[in-house]
Design a protein around this ligand. Sequence first.
Ligand SMILES: [Zn+2]
Length: 310
Amino acid sequence: MRLPWWTLTLHSAPVRRTSSVPAGMSNFVPACSTTDAQSVDQLQDFVSRARRLFVISGAGLSTESGIPDYRSEGVGLYARTDRRPMQHAEFVRSAKSRQRYWARNFVGWPQFSSHQPNSAHKALQQWEESGKLHWLVTQNVDALHSKAGQKRLTELHGCAHRVMCLGCGAISAREELQRRFISLNPDWRAQAGAVAPDGDVFLEDEQVLHFRVPSCDDCGGILKPEVTFFGDSVIKGTVQFVHDRLAESDAVLVVGSSLQVYSGYRFLLAASDRKMPVAILNIGPTRADHLAGLKVSGRCGEVLSVIQPL
Ligand SMILES: [Zn+2]
Protein backbone atom coordinates (compact mmCIF):
# COMPACT_ATOMS: atom_id res chain seq x y z
CA MET A 1 0.00 0.00 0.00
CA ARG A 2 1.31 3.43 -0.77
CA LEU A 3 1.97 6.06 1.84
CA PRO A 4 -1.16 7.78 3.09
CA TRP A 5 -0.56 11.46 2.49
CA TRP A 6 -1.46 12.51 6.02
CA THR A 7 1.96 11.57 7.23
CA LEU A 8 3.79 13.37 4.45
CA THR A 9 4.56 16.63 6.11
CA LEU A 10 5.48 15.09 9.42
CA HIS A 11 8.46 12.91 8.76
CA SER A 12 12.06 13.93 9.14
CA ALA A 13 13.96 15.10 6.08
CA PRO A 14 14.44 12.45 3.38
CA VAL A 15 17.61 10.42 3.43
CA ARG A 16 20.00 11.36 0.64
CA ARG A 17 20.96 8.47 -1.54
CA THR A 18 24.47 7.86 -2.63
CA SER A 19 23.46 6.54 -6.04
CA SER A 20 23.09 8.88 -8.97
CA VAL A 21 19.59 10.16 -9.60
CA PRO A 22 18.57 12.29 -12.56
CA ALA A 23 18.29 15.97 -11.71
CA GLY A 24 14.85 16.95 -10.54
CA MET A 25 13.85 13.45 -9.53
CA SER A 26 12.47 13.09 -6.06
CA ASN A 27 14.47 11.96 -3.09
CA PHE A 28 11.94 9.24 -2.44
CA VAL A 29 12.95 7.00 -5.35
CA PRO A 30 15.08 4.09 -4.09
CA ALA A 31 18.57 3.54 -5.40
CA CYS A 32 18.53 1.68 -8.70
CA SER A 33 20.91 1.19 -11.56
CA THR A 34 19.77 1.85 -15.11
CA THR A 35 17.58 -0.89 -16.56
CA ASP A 36 19.48 -2.96 -19.09
CA ALA A 37 18.40 -2.92 -22.72
CA GLN A 38 17.62 -6.63 -22.77
CA SER A 39 15.10 -6.32 -19.93
CA VAL A 40 13.42 -3.41 -21.70
CA ASP A 41 13.20 -5.49 -24.89
CA GLN A 42 11.66 -8.38 -22.97
CA LEU A 43 9.11 -6.08 -21.40
CA GLN A 44 8.32 -4.60 -24.80
CA ASP A 45 7.77 -8.12 -26.11
CA PHE A 46 5.49 -8.92 -23.15
CA VAL A 47 3.41 -5.79 -23.74
CA SER A 48 3.26 -6.39 -27.50
CA ARG A 49 1.89 -9.91 -27.01
CA ALA A 50 -0.86 -8.73 -24.65
CA ARG A 51 -4.15 -7.71 -26.21
CA ARG A 52 -6.00 -6.77 -23.02
CA LEU A 53 -3.45 -5.83 -20.44
CA PHE A 54 -4.33 -5.66 -16.74
CA VAL A 55 -2.01 -3.37 -14.76
CA ILE A 56 -1.58 -3.08 -10.98
CA SER A 57 0.25 0.01 -9.77
CA GLY A 58 1.63 0.93 -6.37
CA ALA A 59 3.66 3.48 -4.45
CA GLY A 60 6.72 3.02 -6.66
CA LEU A 61 4.89 4.87 -9.40
CA SER A 62 4.34 7.96 -7.26
CA THR A 63 7.79 8.25 -5.69
CA GLU A 64 8.89 9.84 -8.97
CA SER A 65 6.23 12.52 -8.36
CA GLY A 66 7.72 13.27 -4.95
CA ILE A 67 5.49 11.11 -2.76
CA PRO A 68 7.37 8.69 -0.49
CA ASP A 69 6.34 5.07 -0.05
CA TYR A 70 6.41 2.86 3.03
CA ARG A 71 8.82 0.10 2.37
CA SER A 72 11.61 1.12 0.02
CA GLU A 73 15.07 0.54 1.38
CA GLY A 74 16.56 3.73 2.83
CA VAL A 75 13.93 6.14 1.52
CA GLY A 76 10.54 4.62 2.47
CA LEU A 77 8.65 5.93 5.48
CA TYR A 78 9.44 2.86 7.57
CA ALA A 79 13.16 3.22 6.93
CA ARG A 80 13.26 6.92 7.73
CA THR A 81 10.89 7.44 10.63
CA ASP A 82 9.08 5.72 13.44
CA ARG A 83 5.76 7.07 12.22
CA ARG A 84 3.08 4.56 11.34
CA PRO A 85 -0.21 5.18 9.58
CA MET A 86 -3.54 5.70 11.28
CA GLN A 87 -5.41 2.53 12.15
CA HIS A 88 -9.06 2.37 11.18
CA ALA A 89 -10.31 1.29 14.63
CA GLU A 90 -8.44 4.08 16.38
CA PHE A 91 -9.84 6.70 14.02
CA VAL A 92 -13.40 5.52 14.60
CA ARG A 93 -12.99 5.13 18.35
CA SER A 94 -11.11 8.26 19.40
CA ALA A 95 -12.22 11.87 18.83
CA LYS A 96 -8.78 12.97 20.00
CA SER A 97 -7.06 10.83 17.37
CA ARG A 98 -9.34 12.25 14.68
CA GLN A 99 -8.55 15.76 15.81
CA ARG A 100 -4.80 15.11 15.61
CA TYR A 101 -5.18 13.30 12.31
CA TRP A 102 -7.20 16.07 10.65
CA ALA A 103 -4.94 18.82 12.02
CA ARG A 104 -1.91 17.23 10.33
CA ASN A 105 -3.96 16.42 7.29
CA PHE A 106 -5.05 20.04 7.03
CA VAL A 107 -1.46 21.27 7.15
CA GLY A 108 -0.21 18.72 4.63
CA TRP A 109 -3.03 19.11 2.13
CA PRO A 110 -1.80 22.07 0.03
CA GLN A 111 1.47 20.28 -0.68
CA PHE A 112 0.05 16.80 -1.09
CA SER A 113 -2.80 17.84 -3.37
CA SER A 114 -0.41 19.71 -5.67
CA HIS A 115 1.60 16.61 -6.72
CA GLN A 116 1.46 15.95 -10.45
CA PRO A 117 1.51 12.75 -12.56
CA ASN A 118 4.89 11.73 -13.95
CA SER A 119 5.90 10.00 -17.18
CA ALA A 120 4.77 6.59 -15.84
CA HIS A 121 1.21 7.80 -15.21
CA LYS A 122 1.18 9.47 -18.62
CA ALA A 123 2.45 6.35 -20.38
CA LEU A 124 -0.31 4.21 -18.82
CA GLN A 125 -2.91 6.76 -19.86
CA GLN A 126 -1.62 6.50 -23.43
CA TRP A 127 -1.77 2.71 -23.26
CA GLU A 128 -5.44 3.07 -22.34
CA GLU A 129 -6.05 5.46 -25.22
CA SER A 130 -4.39 3.10 -27.70
CA GLY A 131 -6.56 0.20 -26.49
CA LYS A 132 -3.64 -1.79 -25.06
CA LEU A 133 -4.63 -1.41 -21.42
CA HIS A 134 -7.85 -3.15 -20.43
CA TRP A 135 -7.92 -2.12 -16.77
CA LEU A 136 -5.71 -0.38 -14.26
CA VAL A 137 -5.95 -1.08 -10.53
CA THR A 138 -4.00 1.23 -8.28
CA GLN A 139 -3.19 0.85 -4.61
CA ASN A 140 -2.34 4.56 -4.49
CA VAL A 141 -4.70 7.13 -3.00
CA ASP A 142 -3.00 10.21 -4.49
CA ALA A 143 -5.30 10.67 -7.54
CA LEU A 144 -2.30 10.90 -9.87
CA HIS A 145 -3.76 8.38 -12.35
CA SER A 146 -7.01 10.32 -12.63
CA LYS A 147 -5.04 13.57 -12.89
CA ALA A 148 -3.28 11.96 -15.87
CA GLY A 149 -6.68 11.28 -17.44
CA GLN A 150 -6.95 7.53 -16.75
CA LYS A 151 -10.54 6.32 -17.11
CA ARG A 152 -10.39 2.51 -16.96
CA LEU A 153 -9.28 2.75 -13.37
CA THR A 154 -10.11 1.29 -9.96
CA GLU A 155 -8.66 2.99 -6.89
CA LEU A 156 -8.48 -0.10 -4.70
CA HIS A 157 -7.78 1.76 -1.46
CA GLY A 158 -9.90 4.81 -2.22
CA CYS A 159 -8.70 8.33 -2.81
CA ALA A 160 -7.49 11.02 -0.42
CA HIS A 161 -9.16 13.66 -2.56
CA ARG A 162 -12.55 12.45 -1.37
CA VAL A 163 -14.15 12.47 2.08
CA MET A 164 -16.88 10.18 3.30
CA CYS A 165 -19.33 10.43 6.18
CA LEU A 166 -19.27 7.32 8.38
CA GLY A 167 -22.89 8.09 9.36
CA CYS A 168 -24.76 8.50 6.08
CA GLY A 169 -22.10 7.51 3.55
CA ALA A 170 -22.20 10.86 1.72
CA ILE A 171 -19.09 11.55 -0.38
CA SER A 172 -17.66 15.04 -0.73
CA ALA A 173 -14.52 16.67 -2.10
CA ARG A 174 -11.52 16.95 0.23
CA GLU A 175 -10.94 20.42 -1.17
CA GLU A 176 -14.34 21.48 0.17
CA LEU A 177 -13.42 20.20 3.64
CA GLN A 178 -10.24 22.30 3.47
CA ARG A 179 -12.42 25.40 3.11
CA ARG A 180 -14.47 24.36 6.13
CA PHE A 181 -11.29 23.80 8.16
CA ILE A 182 -10.08 27.27 7.24
CA SER A 183 -13.33 28.96 8.24
CA LEU A 184 -13.55 27.00 11.51
CA ASN A 185 -9.90 27.61 12.41
CA PRO A 186 -8.95 31.12 11.26
CA ASP A 187 -6.44 31.76 14.04
CA TRP A 188 -5.11 28.21 14.11
CA ARG A 189 -4.17 28.49 10.46
CA ALA A 190 -1.75 31.29 11.27
CA GLN A 191 -0.08 29.16 13.94
CA ALA A 192 0.35 26.27 11.54
CA GLY A 193 2.19 28.43 9.03
CA ALA A 194 5.61 27.36 10.28
CA VAL A 195 6.26 24.76 7.59
CA ALA A 196 9.93 24.07 6.88
CA PRO A 197 11.12 24.36 3.27
CA ASP A 198 11.32 20.56 3.00
CA GLY A 199 7.66 20.28 4.01
CA ASP A 200 8.40 19.06 7.52
CA VAL A 201 5.88 20.21 10.09
CA PHE A 202 5.81 19.93 13.84
CA LEU A 203 2.51 20.35 15.56
CA GLU A 204 2.57 20.95 19.30
CA ASP A 205 -0.04 19.10 21.37
CA GLU A 206 -1.37 22.47 22.46
CA GLN A 207 -1.90 23.48 18.84
CA VAL A 208 -3.77 20.27 17.97
CA LEU A 209 -6.01 20.74 21.01
CA HIS A 210 -7.47 23.89 19.51
CA PHE A 211 -8.05 22.52 16.02
CA ARG A 212 -11.76 22.33 15.24
CA VAL A 213 -13.01 19.40 13.16
CA PRO A 214 -16.42 19.64 11.46
CA SER A 215 -18.86 16.76 11.19
CA CYS A 216 -21.23 15.84 8.37
CA ASP A 217 -23.58 18.70 7.44
CA ASP A 218 -26.46 16.31 6.83
CA CYS A 219 -26.30 13.85 9.72
CA GLY A 220 -23.59 15.03 12.12
CA GLY A 221 -21.57 11.88 11.40
CA ILE A 222 -17.78 11.43 11.53
CA LEU A 223 -15.88 12.58 8.44
CA LYS A 224 -13.08 10.34 7.20
CA PRO A 225 -10.97 10.38 4.04
CA GLU A 226 -12.41 7.91 1.54
CA VAL A 227 -9.30 5.82 1.99
CA THR A 228 -8.87 2.29 3.29
CA PHE A 229 -6.94 2.73 6.52
CA PHE A 230 -4.76 -0.01 7.92
CA GLY A 231 -6.90 -2.52 9.75
CA ASP A 232 -9.85 -1.95 7.43
CA SER A 233 -10.64 -4.01 4.34
CA VAL A 234 -11.54 -3.21 0.75
CA ILE A 235 -15.28 -3.34 -0.04
CA LYS A 236 -16.25 -6.79 -1.37
CA GLY A 237 -18.03 -5.35 -4.40
CA THR A 238 -14.86 -3.53 -5.43
CA VAL A 239 -12.78 -6.69 -5.10
CA GLN A 240 -15.27 -8.64 -7.22
CA PHE A 241 -15.35 -5.88 -9.83
CA VAL A 242 -11.56 -6.04 -10.16
CA HIS A 243 -11.64 -9.87 -10.37
CA ASP A 244 -14.12 -9.51 -13.25
CA ARG A 245 -11.83 -7.07 -15.11
CA LEU A 246 -8.93 -9.46 -14.51
CA ALA A 247 -10.93 -12.33 -16.00
CA GLU A 248 -11.45 -10.26 -19.17
CA SER A 249 -7.71 -9.61 -19.50
CA ASP A 250 -4.98 -11.74 -21.03
CA ALA A 251 -1.82 -10.61 -19.19
CA VAL A 252 -0.88 -8.88 -15.94
CA LEU A 253 1.76 -6.22 -15.43
CA VAL A 254 2.71 -5.00 -11.95
CA VAL A 255 4.31 -1.56 -11.84
CA GLY A 256 5.92 -0.02 -8.77
CA SER A 257 4.57 -2.30 -6.07
CA SER A 258 6.16 -4.81 -3.73
CA LEU A 259 2.66 -6.35 -3.35
CA GLN A 260 3.24 -6.83 0.36
CA VAL A 261 -0.38 -6.00 1.14
CA TYR A 262 -2.79 -8.84 0.48
CA SER A 263 -5.49 -6.61 -1.05
CA GLY A 264 -3.31 -6.22 -4.15
CA TYR A 265 -1.43 -9.53 -3.98
CA ARG A 266 -4.66 -11.56 -4.23
CA PHE A 267 -5.04 -10.50 -7.88
CA LEU A 268 -1.66 -12.02 -8.65
CA LEU A 269 -2.82 -15.27 -7.04
CA ALA A 270 -5.96 -15.13 -9.21
CA ALA A 271 -3.84 -14.45 -12.31
CA SER A 272 -1.68 -17.43 -11.42
CA ASP A 273 -4.79 -19.66 -11.06
CA ARG A 274 -5.84 -18.50 -14.52
CA LYS A 275 -2.35 -19.25 -15.86
CA MET A 276 -2.02 -15.70 -17.13
CA PRO A 277 1.41 -14.37 -18.05
CA VAL A 278 2.74 -11.98 -15.40
CA ALA A 279 5.48 -9.36 -15.61
CA ILE A 280 6.72 -7.13 -12.79
CA LEU A 281 8.47 -3.76 -13.08
CA ASN A 282 9.72 -2.67 -9.67
CA ILE A 283 12.82 -1.64 -7.79
CA GLY A 284 13.55 -4.41 -5.28
CA PRO A 285 11.89 -7.77 -4.59
CA THR A 286 8.14 -8.30 -4.51
CA ARG A 287 5.86 -10.84 -2.85
CA ALA A 288 4.87 -12.16 -6.31
CA ASP A 289 8.31 -12.63 -7.87
CA HIS A 290 7.78 -16.41 -7.94
CA LEU A 291 4.60 -15.93 -10.00
CA ALA A 292 6.20 -13.72 -12.64
CA GLY A 293 7.62 -14.91 -15.94
CA LEU A 294 9.47 -11.62 -16.30
CA LYS A 295 10.94 -9.36 -13.62
CA VAL A 296 12.41 -6.00 -14.58
CA SER A 297 14.17 -3.78 -12.08
CA GLY A 298 13.92 -0.10 -12.89
CA ARG A 299 12.27 3.26 -12.39
CA CYS A 300 8.71 3.12 -13.67
CA GLY A 301 8.76 6.47 -15.46
CA GLU A 302 12.03 5.75 -17.20
CA VAL A 303 11.02 2.28 -18.41
CA LEU A 304 7.33 2.73 -19.21
CA SER A 305 7.93 5.83 -21.31
CA VAL A 306 10.08 3.85 -23.76
CA ILE A 307 7.66 0.89 -24.08
CA GLN A 308 5.34 1.23 -27.06
CA PRO A 309 1.72 0.01 -26.73
CA LEU A 310 1.95 -1.84 -30.04
ZN1 LIG B 1 -23.55 12.11 7.11
